[in-house]
Design a protein around this ligand. Structure first.
Ligand code: GDP
Length: 195
């Protein structure tokens, strides 16, 4: 996909702030520091539209990026950061429910994980949470460049097994360093938006 325009439209904390133009949305979720911003920036060919390594603890918002005036990428705040207080965690949970439960324009969720490691308990819970809402999920196994070529399929299989990916969902290896997986990710995103 050729991205000619990408702009942040709103950092929302509650439903009434979400855009109401009915354009399709693709959400991006993942634990803090997994490489979510780098993934978004790679897809839209920008260096730092989505802030990389944003500091945990600051206001958690749903960031709506309007792409080509045609659809949104919705950057969901990262999870699994140990130092977040219980109160913050509860606030995060409420915000997630409010968004994932009722958002009709949401077409799919891209769940970003690190291909080098076993998915964390938080990753698995996030997947179950999304499947509870019957959302299509594409698992992006990023940092592929950090795994030697002969070990890649083994790492992908391990990720598929850990998540027990449901029919229709899949694990896509990706690297923000090399751009591997970028075209495949766009192709999947296009398919989600056509449904
Ligand atoms: P976020 O907190 O999930 O948005 O994570 P960032 O996108 O800020 O990435 C966290 C760190 O991982 C940064 O130092 C990135 O440069 C690095 N990183 C992200 N994606 C990749 C990748 O595909 N390959 C490599 N080698 N490093 C990556």
């Amino acid at each position: 996909m050729k991205v000619t325009k990408a702009e942040i439209v709103i950092s929302a904390v509650c439903e009434k702030q979400y855009p109401n133009d009915q354009l399709p949305e693709i959400a991006l979720a993942g634990r803090s520091n997994v490489g979510k911003s780098s993934f978004i920036n790679t897809l839209i060919n920008r260096k730092n539209l989505a802030r990389t390594s944003s500091k945990p603890g600051k206001t958690q918002t749903l960031n709506f990026y309007l792409i080509n005036n045609a659809f949104y990428f919705v950057d969901v705040p990262g999870y699994g950061y140990a130092k977040v207080s219980k109160k913050e965690r509860q606030k995060w949970g409420k915000m997630m429910e409010e968004y994932f439960e009722k958002r009709h324009s949401l077409k799919a969720v891209l769940l970003i994980t690190d291909i080098r490691h076993e998915p964390t308990v938080d990753d698995l819970q996030m997947y179950d949470f999304l499947k509870y809402y019957e959302l299509p999920v594409l698992i992006i196994a990023t940092k592929l460049d950090k795994v030697s070529k002969n070990k890649r399929s083994q790492h992908v299989k391990r990720t598929e097994k850990a998540f027990q990916v449901e029919a229709g969902d899949l694990v896509l290896p990706f690297s923000a360093e090399t751009g591997e997986g970028k075209e495949e990710a766009w192709s999947m995103i296009r398919q989600y938006m056509e449904v």
